[in-house]
Write a protein that binds this ligand. Structure first.
Ligand SMILES: C[S@@+](CC[C@H](N)C(=O)[O-])C[C@H]1O[C@@H](n2cnc3c(N)ncnc32)[C@H](O)[C@@H]1O
Length: 199
């Protein structure tokens, strides 16, 4: 990535933090960079575009194409502006809608060698199960926030509003630890990061 692109992305990173727009944690960004250096993905799927920060990183780390899904129209507009500014707009395909409704049509007939699951926290397991036939053997799945507010591994009482996410995230972590389907590793850094390799 050149200096100009890094400067633009630093600005986007800082304004996202100021505006409380969720983008990947700094720790997850490091893991993402390492994975791109190691695996050099070519066909990427992202669930959760937000304002285009992580999709821009991926398009700049390798010459991949990225399909990315987001339900918030305003965020998509900002993402498109950013991709244009960075000159990566031709390689990033934006799909607007609720992933629950559009995921099947986005991935129909396609396979991916890298998937970044970063949308609705309750849906990670359901989405990975659905995506399994669309991921190459040896393909990488990165997931941010898997230890959600530190509650997923905690013993303490989980208040009602977080209960579904925590329950579903625990089921997701159990699913990815199935050694017949995946090699997986969960990092405690940031809000918890899972790296899953399909067997
Ligand atoms: C953590 S942010 C994504 C950050 C982005 N990957 C990055 O690091 O720059 C999660 C995004 O997922 C979107 N989202 C949540 N649930 C969704 C759903 N069911 N369908 C599509 N998008 C969803 C939210 O609107 C939000 O912008």
């Amino acid at each position: 990535m050149d200096e100009r692109a890094r400067k633009i992305l630093d600005g986007v990173h800082d304004s996202a933090r100021e505006e409380y727009v969720m983008i990947l944690s700094d720790e997850c960004e490091k893991v993402l960079k390492d994975l791109f250096e190691r695996y050099k993905p070519q066909r990427v799927l992202e669930i959760g575009t937000a304002i285009g920060y992580s999709s821009s990183l991926m398009a700049l780390y390798s010459d991949c194409t990225v399909d990315t899904i987001e339900k918030d129209k305003d965020r998509i507009e900002r993402a498109k502006q950013l991709w244009k500014t960075l000159g990566v707009e031709d390689r990033i395909h934006s799909y607007e809608g609720d992933a629950d409704e559009i995921l099947a049509s986005v991935v129909e007939g396609k396979t991916y060698d890298f998937v970044f699951i970063d949308g609705a926290k309750s849906a990670y397991k359901k989405q990975l199960e659905f995506l399994l036939p669309h991921i190459d053997v040896g393909g990488v799945v990165l997931c941010d926030d898997v230890l959600y507010l530190g509650l997923v591994r905690g013993e303490e009482h989980v208040v009602h509003k977080h209960r579904t996410i925590v329950r579903n995230m625990r089921a997701f972590l159990e699913y990815i630890s199935d050694g017949r389907l995946f090699d997986s590793k969960v990092y405690d850094e940031g809000n918890g990061i899972a790296v899953v390799i399909k067997k």
